[in-house]
Write a protein that binds this ligand. Structure first.
Ligand code: UDP
Length: 317
């Protein structure tokens, strides 16, 4: 199959490229590189079955020839208040790629008769009042809060994906991705994994925002990619959560990273660090993925972190 991946030079997109090429597909990456990086795909350069097009998918998309699938992964994804590549610093671009970019990507899928898969997010649940989060939960999102540029864009993206499915019969999939980590995360994107690992490797204290009682559930990228490919191969049109249900507080997470890296600098609490609307608890209910895809994550947190730490160590040299 010939597959278009928007955002294919990003963290998750580039891992998808590798797996799809390994499986014998040919891949076209479309990315404007505002948050992605050619470093993530440079090992694929020169292959006959791989093409890179530098393009902003919020503008009209043109792809020559047939396509079997369109995987729409383009979007800023970090909620950091300080990092230049976060969605808080790229609010209009984030809204446009979730809305106009999704519309364009759906248009390509419709024109080519291709399957379409939307990368959605646990953020569509907002600061959730239900725990753990099931696909049937409608969420608790502030429509005008700072995180709304991402949350509402992704909620719109889900809505237009379902509309193309219902009105135009496009063969669509929606994955709601929970916190994912691994090699190729951008070291300076401000998210908790690169922040903590970078700080630990520099021998600095880990900046725990607030009191660290907020929770997240971290999925290793290889597990996530297996789930995405299983969803793509399935016939499930409604959203499916993918993530790791092992929930940790951010304080515990910091302690794990200090232990694994041997960082003796400890923890620095940053009272004003949490972005407004920062979810207090987040854990996927993955029953649907287990039952419909036969998928569950397999990589223990400590093993996945060892891989991520090795990657960041190499990037920081
Ligand atoms: N966080 C933190 N220190 C950091 C970066 C993040 O304590 O240096 C916290 C943040 O407040 C949030 C959690 O870690 O509660 C996860 O944040 P991240 O930016 O990775 O993404 P989110 O899961 O909120 O989308």
């Amino acid at each position: 199959m010939r597959i278009l991946i928007t955002g294919g030079a990003g963290f998750i997109g580039s891992h998808l490229c590798d797996r799809l090429l390994d499986a014998g597909h040919s891949v076209i990456v479309m990315d404007n590189l505002i948050t992605g990086s050619t470093r993530n795909i440079q090992h694929l350069a020169g292959r006959g079955d791989f093409h890179f097009i530098k393009h902003n998918v919020s503008n009209y998309i043109f792809v020559d020839g047939p396509l079997g699938a369109v995987l729409h992964f383009a979007s800023p994804a970090s909620p950091s208040q300080t990092a230049a590549t976060s969605y808080l610093k790229l609010p209009i671009q984030t809204l446009k790629v979730g809305a106009l970019g999704t519309h364009n990507a759906l248009g390509v899928a419709k024109a080519k008769g291709a399957r379409f898969l939307l990368a959605s997010t646990s953020e569509i649940y907002g600061d959730p009042l239900e725990h753990p989060q099931k696909e049937t939960y409608w969420g608790h999102v502030d429509p005008v809060g700072p995180r709304s540029v991402y949350d509402e864009a992704k909620r719109f993206a889900e809505a237009i994906t379902m509309a193309y499915h219902r009105a135009h019969g496009v063969d669509t999939r929606i994955v709601r991705i929970f916190n994912t980590y691994g090699p190729r995360m951008q070291l300076d994107d401000g998210r908790v994994v690169p922040n903590f690992v970078g700080q630990a490797l520099r021998g600095e204290p880990l900046t725990v925002y607030g009191d660290g009682s907020q929770t997240r559930s971290f999925c290793y990228v290889a597990d996530l990619v297996s789930g995405i490919l299983a969803l793509l191969a399935s016939d499930e049109h409604m959203p499916v959560n993918l993530g790791n249900p092992r929930e940790v507080t951010i304080l515990e997470f910091a302690q794990v990273i200090n232990r694994i890296t041997g960082n003796a600098a400890g923890i620095e609490f940053v009272p004003g660090g949490r972005t407004q609307g920062d979810p207090q608890r987040r854990r996927p209910d993955i029953t649907k993925a287990q039952e419909t895809l036969g998928w569950a994550p397999e990589t223990p947190l400590e093993d996945g972190l060892a891989q991520a730490i090795a990657y960041f160590r190499q990037v920081m040299q």
